[in-house]
Design a protein around this ligand. Structure first.
Ligand SMILES: Cc1ncc(COP(=O)(O)O)c(C=O)c1O
Length: 401
């Protein structure tokens, strides 16, 4: 694929980030740790929001902030339908899309509606932590199957999944997968669909990172195949691709409108509604955000490659697989003597804040990912390089150094 041409000002807005400006008191990412720490933990990008989105938000403020189209904003629904069709989610029925105040409420309400206390819910581990927290926090049991770390990258343990699938009614799937950065291939999705049909499982497919791919193939939703359409709820939102997590909005999509309704009803009035500004933001992202997104993905891909080259050259003992999507690298530092305390060690010695591996595993699997970290590389090349140099100085070129 030819890289998109970037106007120089777009590149400059990503290349010349001002740390003092980023560390404003509203930023959780930049204020959670000390003023000399480079924050590479929570999944926000350091880049400014797309100018077309900002313009739309300013325009929305001029129109007042009363209740918006709470029954489903028609413009956003039309834009979303067109977008989802490109992922293979065409022919959605009336009521097949509902807006949510975020993707996480969609995960929680699905677990509440589709399982009962004590039931097992299947997921793969490691995984974005609300997957297992939504299960244990609602009195269900996690049936987790570990992803296999192979020479070719993370792979699904099909035997493990098959065995666990026999004792559950619901699979929580992360596609693309946070934190390994895998984009499940057509072949893997087909095999998963076979399994889901064989065991008659419901699937919640969190596809929030779908627009941040470094692979050339078009994105294929899990529910793109009619065999699993009636069983699947897809979750998506604009916040990862457009860096708008503070506005909070998501969508639940299903070809079975009754299933969507049932899940929405399980949350009842507790869910709340998406905000007017978030609707405007998502409309603007879908209408005119494409070029900004293409530039951002190109920048992130170059950061990913820079990170890969740097680690291979200067920290060759760190095990990792370059991610196929997302700006979150999943790095295995278990060969280091400080692996048992790695997040604290890096904070203290490198002044770099990363996410600790065990965050992404249910209780029983936490020891297995102690010594792994998730590192957010969605920042300027200059800040990324500074962080990597700090890590190199703290960790040493050899694991035991
Ligand atoms: C896979 C995944 N799902 C959901 C979320 C959070 O979504 P929201 O903020 O819309 O609840 C994240 C945030 O990083 C994520 O990585």
């Amino acid at each position: 694929m030819t890289p998109p041409t970037r106007p120089p000002e777009a590149e400059a807005s990503r290349d010349s980030l001002d740390r003092a400006a980023l560390r404003h008191p509203d930023s959780l990412k930049w204020t959670a740790y000390g003023p000399d720490v480079i924050p590479m933990w929570i999944a926000d990008m350091d880049f400014p929001v797309a100018p077309s989105i900002l313009a739309a938000l300013h325009g929305r403020l001029d129109r007042g902030l009363g209740y918006h189209q709470l029954m489903g904003d028609p413009t956003l629904h039309t834009l979303l339908r067109a977008k989802l069709a490109t992922h293979g989610l065409s022919d959605l029925p009336e009521g097949g899309i509902i807006l949510l105040p975020g993707v996480v409420p969609g995960i929680y309400s699905s677990v509440a509606a589709l399982t009962r206390p004590g039931d097992r819910v299947l997921t793969m581990t490691p995984v974005y932590h609300p997957f297992h927290l939504s299960i244990t926090g609602q009195g269900r049991e996690v049936a987790a199957v570990e992803l296999l770390d192979t020479e070719d990258g993370y792979r699904i343990d099909w035997d493990g999944l098959e065995a666990a699938a026999a004792h559950t009614d619901l699979l929580l799937l992360c596609h693309p997968h946070n934190p390994t950065g895998r984009v499940w291939t057509h072949e893997e999705l087909e095999r998963l669909r076979d399994l889901v049909v064989r065991h008659n499982l419901y699937v919640v497919s969190d596809e929030l990172h779908a627009d941040l791919r470094f692979t050339d193939a078009p994105f294929e939703s899990f529910a793109a195949d009619p065999r699993v359409r009636g069983l699947t709820l897809t979750l998506t939102g604009p916040c990862k691709a457009f860096n708008t997590a503070g506005l909070g909005i998501g969508a639940m999509i299903g070809h079975d409108a009754e299933l969507v309704k049932r899940v929405r009803a399980a949350a009842g009035g507790l869910m709340g509604h998406e905000s007017a500004l978030s609707v405007t933001m998502w409309q603007a992202a879908l209408q005119g955000g494409g070029p900004w997104l293409a530039d951002t993905v190109a920048y992130l891909r170059a950061n990913r490659d820079f990170l890969t080259g740097y680690l291979r050259e200067h920290l060759p003992w760190v095990r990792f697989h370059p991610v196929e999507s997302t700006y979150l690298a999943w790095l295995d530092l278990r060969a280091h003597p400080q692996a048992g305390n790695i997040q604290n060690f890096l904070l203290e010695e490198a002044r770099v804040a990363v996410h600790d591996g065990p965050t992404f595993a249910p209780e029983a699997f936490k020891p297995g990912v102690q010594g792994l970290i998730r590192l957010n590389f969605a920042t300027s090349r200059e800040i990324l390089q500074d962080a990597l140099e700090r890590l190199r100085a703290a960790l040493g070129e050899q694991a035991g150094a």
